[in-house]
Design a protein around this ligand. Structure first.
Ligand code: ZN
Length: 418
């Protein structure tokens, strides 16, 4: 993965440019607040976090009300969407929080609103561009400037402009390509993981059924019913009970998702996997119409926790395009794809007759898809494999049986208590 660092650079802004930068701060703040106001709702399920929905609903108004560069309008919207999503997560976790409020002086700059030159940058404002010189230490020895700023391998990316005590500072994200040899990962074994709104929460390409989505949904509904009853009561003590019940549910669900993620990483380690593949969750609303905001949050959280835990063991977490993973036959080189292959939990290939649990089949396809991406894009990816229940499947469709059954031991979450 790309290495990212942040560096703070003081800017020398000409005095006559201060007012236009200050106006940019204020209009950027107003734009973010306008989007947050639009997206906010008291019920976390009704908070709008979808970037496209927010964009469609607010872009024209914000453009009309401000003189911001169109990319600043986008950045302000993205900032508001992230703040809304964070608030929503906290509410789902049972914490109390209120509508995001934007204060202070911050503007987000991207490649179309900032240009980095050797000694200065130019910044888009509400009235044209402003030039600002970098103020770097006279002696850069041992500073981040020596280490990152002046080194060509570090690329300057997005930045945020801040104003403190009358001075302007740029916080710049700088990126470097990793030094670790990605080709070793791309020759490794992949664990595919399918996440589900019912049945088992996560199913792996090695045939592990982890966690219980029905239990999670059941607990969530129980919590919502109880909250509804208490809200009708409307007393102060009922309000406090709502908080307590919410906190308890939040802790329980958070812990549950942690355990599922841990079991996924354990499974990857048992099979010596170099990578774990999930489906890309963008546009999940459209794909799984029955997926509630809560289930989407649960999926997102599992992926985040898994990535966090996998990193410690040097295991890569990647996502693949979700199309047809449930309709494609994952058996050997078959690959026959048809919507009638799947009937609920059962998968039976209309071409080769292979029968598999539908989620297990999907998990194998998810692993397979990452493998194919590596195989076609990376040099020397020919030996990458998907970890299956009893062996590994190579990119060319060949199957290698496992030499030992070390990966078959049950996981603590295989049969969760209900
Ligand atoms: Zn088939």
């Amino acid at each position: 993965m790309t290495v990212v660092r942040n560096i703070q650079v003081k800017l020398d802004v000409p005095a006559d440019a201060h007012s236009v930068l200050d106006a940019t701060f204020e209009q950027f703040r107003e734009a973010a607040q306008y989007v947050a106001d639009y997206g906010w709702a008291d019920d976390p399920c009704d908070i709008t976090t979808d970037q496209r929905v927010l964009n469609a609903a607010t872009y024209d108004e914000v453009r009309a009300q401000t003189d911001l560069h169109s990319n600043h309008v986008q950045s302000a919207r993205r900032l508001a969407a992230e703040a809304l999503a964070n608030s929503q997560d906290r509410l789902f976790e049972g914490a109390t929080t209120s509508k995001p409020t934007f204060r202070g002086s911050v503007v987000v700059y991207g490649h179309r609103t900032i240009t980095y030159n050797d000694e200065h940058c130019t910044l888009a404002t509400v009235d044209g561009r402003v030039r600002a010189d970098y103020v770097t230490p006279a002696d850069e020895t041992g500073t981040p400037f020596e280490e990152y700023w002046d080194r060509e391998e570090w690329e300057r990316k997005e930045a945020t402009l801040h104003k403190r005590n009358g001075e302007y500072y740029l916080h710049v994200a700088i990126e470097k390509e990793p030094e670790t040899d990605v080709s070793t990962v791309e020759n490794g074994v992949v664990l595919g993981v399918d996440l589900n709104v019912d049945g088992s929460l996560a199913v792996t390409s090695t045939g592990q059924f982890l966690g219980n989505a029905d239990l999670l949904n059941h607990k969530r509904r129980e919590y919502e019913r109880r909250r509804g009853r208490l809200q009708q009561t409307g007393t102060r003590s009922a309000h406090l009970t709502i908080q307590r019940v919410g906190n308890r549910f939040g802790r329980w669900s958070d812990d549950y998702l942690h355990r599922v993620s841990k079991a996924i990483v354990q499974e990857a380690r048992q099979h010596d996997c170099a990578a774990i593949a999930f489906e890309d969750l963008t546009n999940i609303c459209e794909r799984i119409s029955s997926a509630s905001k809560f289930q989407q949050w649960a999926f997102r959280t599992i992926q985040q926790y898994t990535e966090y835990k996998a990193e410690e063991h040097g295991i890569l977490v990647a996502t693949v395009a979700p199309a047809y993973t449930s309709q494609r036959c994952s058996h050997s080189t078959c690959g026959f794809t048809h919507e009638h292959n799947r009937d609920g939990d059962e998968f039976e290939c209309l071409e080769c007759g292979k029968e598999l649990h539908a989620d297990y089949n999907a998990a194998r396809n998810i692993g397979w898809r990452l493998l194919q991406g590596w195989h076609t894009s990376g040099p020397g990816g020919a030996d990458c494999q998907v970890a299956l229940k009893s062996g590994t499947l190579h990119a060319n469709g060949e199957f290698t049986p496992a030499t030992d059954t070390g990966g078959q031991s049950g996981s603590p979450l295989t049969s969760p208590p209900l």
